[in-house]
Ligand binder design. Structure first.
Ligand code: ZN
Length: 311
């Protein structure tokens, strides 16, 4: 049996350290799983120790392409995680955030696929599965932010009354979860709750300007609070000769999801569903006329049509 794609252990160490510029390469993971083919995956909550490193190198590393030898980066690797999380949040809303085996199962699936929202927060850790609830509330918040963003478009104005109800509800949770010693924050949240409750009774469909102003402020405050809460930093880089670009550095999956939504809002993208029957993935489109998530799907759809016509 070949120990690794790079030969013996010593050779692997050398090669991997050169490839990655850092011996940390052996800790590559995708979602919650380490990139190893044999041996059980090392659990998220355990920091690798020297023995594990040797085990990882002895195991056959799965080098798919150059992207897999860089650290897991949800912003780049799993753009669909945002949609998966948002769709999950809507289910939680519908269920009234009540305990439910189906939702627990989906939460575990999400964690297996993408990892926990905050590193080292295990779902199964005894004695109480508190992170399950925080995962749900975060997903609800994400779903609401999404809906709020959509409702800002005039053609989605029908979503607005529901968004107002949900925003009021989200202030109620925040207050319920906020420790009583944080008096200043509580006062601020209570004031906002009162404002939104009053607006709810006065809301008029014709009042477009006032809605978009209010809802944009809520959306920005929410995104900023969540970026801060998950420790996201924004950075600006300069690329010669004259272009500046900004990006997010997210140390957690939760932060990366909010960073993705922030990027989405900044670009003014809309959510589209891929028209290729076998894909149907949701994707952000800056150009609202874009119909496919990728050139790959566009080509495949054309090929299928041609085949159908040929028959
Ligand atoms: Zn597609």
């Amino acid at each position: 049996m070949q120990l690794s794609p790079f030969g013996d252990e010593e050779g692997s160490r050398r090669r991997l350290s050169l490839l990655a510029g850092d011996p940390q390469i052996s800790y590559q993971r995708r979602g919650a799983q380490w990139e190893v083919r044999d041996g059980p995956p090392i659990a998220e909550a355990e920091e690798p120790i020297d023995g594990d490193q040797a085990r990882l190198i002895r195991a056959e590393l799965r080098i798919v392409d150059s992207a897999s030898i860089t650290p897991y980066d949800p912003l780049r690797d799993v753009p669909e995680a945002l949609f998966a999380f948002e769709a999950f949040g809507e289910k939680v809303w519908l269920n009234g955030v009540a305990w439910n085996d189906g939702l627990i199962h989906e939460t575990i699936k999400f964690h297996e696929r993408y990892g926990p929202l905050v590193r080292n927060e295990s779902l199964t850790a005894p004695p109480v599965p508190v992170p399950v609830l925080s995962h749900w509330l975060e997903a609800c918040r994400m779903a609401l932010a999404f809906k709020c963003y959509q409702s800002l478009r005039p053609e989605e104005a029908h979503l607005r009354p529901n968004v107002i109800v949900l925003i009021v509800e989200s202030f109620l949770w925040d207050l319920a979860l906020l420790p009583s010693e944080q008096a200043a924050t509580r006062q601020l949240q209570e004031n906002r709750l009162i404002e939104w409750s009053q607006y709810q009774t006065r809301y008029d469909d014709a009042d477009q300007g006032s809605y978009t102003r209010r809802a944009s402020v809520w959306l920005n405050q929410t995104i900023n609070l969540c970026l801060e809460g998950f420790g996201v930093r924004s950075q600006v880089a300069y690329s010669p000769p004259s272009s500046w670009f900004s990006s997010y550095v997210a140390p957690t999956l939760g932060g990366a999801l909010w960073g993705q939504l922030a990027g989405f809002v900044i670009e003014g993208s809309t959510v589209k569903q891929c028209k290729y029957e076998l894909c149907q993935k949701r994707f952000p489109a800056q150009n609202p006329r874009k119909e496919y998530c990728s050139d790959f799907c566009k080509e495949n759809r054309k090929k299928r049509e041609r085949r159908k016509r040929g028959m």
